[in-house]
Design a protein around this ligand. Structure first.
Ligand SMILES: Cc1ncc(COP(=O)(O)O)c(C=O)c1O
Length: 480
């Protein structure tokens, strides 16, 4: 394997990386008197090094007039690598990718089959596109309370009951790495004559090693979103959107993508997607082999700690590490605080669970240090084992009163929490992470949802997107 730390070696296969390196070299030599944005003009004596490396795609990495040539070349290389026939690079995360696919999927008022354990970005995609969700719920593991995949039979039944639905949109893998039968979902969707779209935000490495499940496009999906910045060595906000265009229109996909993307993409972010693609193409199998080895080793070590459980086995992404703490009695929020204090922030920590993200950039050393610190923190907080009390995000059972878009634009008022029970929510309320709405606009605020949100907050969780994150009041649709 070529040394992955040498980005120069990737240059020949990564046109945007090459463009970014050329433009930064020019700036460093003082050979650039830019009369374009960005306003810092590569000077670091005004706002400091915070702007270092910030070169725009248009008028930096490439010219303003011809920038789409390099971009199109890089995107078509990515499309080839993933077996898609359309690919776009986004600087606005899977958030933007989900919204672009939602805008490409149907017309306002049409139904769409969607998993209710969706990320809030897709929910807002439905608002933008005016699509009416037909919710499908994932199976749940009765022991842990965590979501498994959505069963193919559930989607088939929804498609049969809603023959006008324009697409099936699933989140797979789930936030906790559970993986469904995407080939079965693709067959179900295609038999109904509609595309399968998949939010695979967390797992951009899928398909790059024989021991990893196939990615959604290889499994037959028509569209897939994935965050290059989450699992690949790419810059924050970097994401990839893929499609096969038998059931989705290429021009419509482009329009939908452009509708909500910035006209000034950061060259470094865009180039980092190209570089990550070139790296995966060259060294993906070896890097994924190491990732799999690291996660398997961490799972083995953690499973030996009394009371600790790790998600494992068929139906779980082998590159995902999910550590369950209820059997140790340790409070995950305290464990997380210790990890943060040790300089090891994790992606999710709640009372019963710690989810670190292990990526292609990790090494034996980083993962060993992390597991060692985690085990020591668990031992310091050990207590009587308890029953898991999973985040309400995993067990939402929605009562949709009006479609999310109608609710989003309806007149609303603020009421005290107890008076909000039975009213229709105007807002999206989600414990974060994972950002799965417990309340979506248009859903009835049930006593159960309110109690679960209050419990999550009382345990130490952050309640996001609510106008009042203290949960004292809620925004509800004005009656009458
Ligand atoms: C399932 C899922 N989809 C989409 C997103 C949005 O991704 P991004 O942060 O890249 O916009 C997230 C973010 O955590 C997510 O968990």
């Amino acid at each position: 394997m070529t040394d992955p730390r040498d980005p120069q070696a990737l240059r020949a296969d990564a046109p945007l990386l090459d463009g970014w390196l050329l433009s930064t070299e020019l700036a460093q030599r003082g050979a650039l008197t830019s009369m374009c944005t960005p306003g810092h003009k590569q000077r670091q004596d005004l706002t400091g090094a915070v702007v270092a490396g910030d070169t725009p795609l248009y008028g930096g990495v490439d010219t303003i007039k011809h920038a789409d040539t390099l971009l199109a070349e890089a995107e078509s290389r990515a499309a080839r690598l993933w077996g898609a026939d359309w690919c776009r690079f986004s600087v606005a995360g899977s958030t933007h990718g989900n919204q672009a696919l939602a805008l490409a999927a149907g017309a306002p008022g049409q139904e769409i089959i969607v998993t209710r354990s969706l990320h809030r970005s897709l929910l807002l995609g439905l608002v933008l596109a005016g699509l009416r969700p037909v919710w499908v719920l994932p199976e749940r593991d009765p022991q842990t309370g965590l979501p498994a995949a959505v069963a193919v039979q559930t989607v088939r039944a929804a498609l049969a009951a809603h023959p006008g639905a324009c697409a099936v949109f699933l989140g797979d893998p789930s936030y906790v790495g559970t993986i469904g039968d995407l080939a079965g979902h693709a067959d179900a969707a295609h038999e109904a004559g509609v595309p399968l779209l998949v939010d695979a935000a967390w797992a951009a490495y899928l398909g790059f090693h024989p021991d990893l499940p196939a990615h959604a496009i290889a499994a037959g999906a028509d569209g897939m979103v994935t965050s290059a910045h989450k699992a690949l060595p790419a810059s924050t906000q970097a994401a990839l959107v893929f499609a096969r265009t038998q059931r989705l229109d290429r021009a419509r996909l482009d329009r939908a993508f452009e509708a909500t993307h910035t006209t000034s993409p950061a060259g470094a972010i865009i180039a980092s997607i190209d570089a990550a693609r070139a790296l995966l193409s060259r060294d993906g199998k070896q890097l994924c082999a190491r990732l799999l080895r690291l996660v398997a080793g961490a799972r083995r070590r953690l499973a030996e700690v009394p009371g600790v459980a790790v998600l494992d086995g068929p139906g779980v992404d082998p590159a995902k590490l999910v550590v369950l703490l209820a059997g140790t009695g340790a409070d995950g929020y305290r464990v997380e605080a210790e990890l943060i204090a040790a300089g090891m922030p994790v992606e999710l920590g709640d009372r019963d669970m710690i989810v670190p993200i292990v990526t292609l950039a990790d090494t034996e050393d980083t993962v060993e240090r992390f597991t060692g610190t985690l085990v020591a923190a668990i031992e310091r907080h050990r207590g009587p084992a308890r029953r898991p009390d999973p985040s309400p995000a995993w067990s939402v059972s929605p009562e949709m009163a009006i479609p999310p878009r109608d609710a989003f634009f309806s007149p609303n008022e603020t009421v005290m929490a107890d008076a909000a029970v039975g009213r229709i929510s105007a807002e999206l309320v989600a414990p974060y992470p994972p950002g799965i709405p417990v309340l979506a606009p248009g859903e009835v605020i049930t006593a159960g949802a309110l109690a679960a949100l209050r419990a999550a907050r009382a345990q130490g969780g952050r309640i996001a997107y609510a106008a009042d994150p203290s949960l004292a009041t809620f925004q509800v649709i004005t009656a009458g």
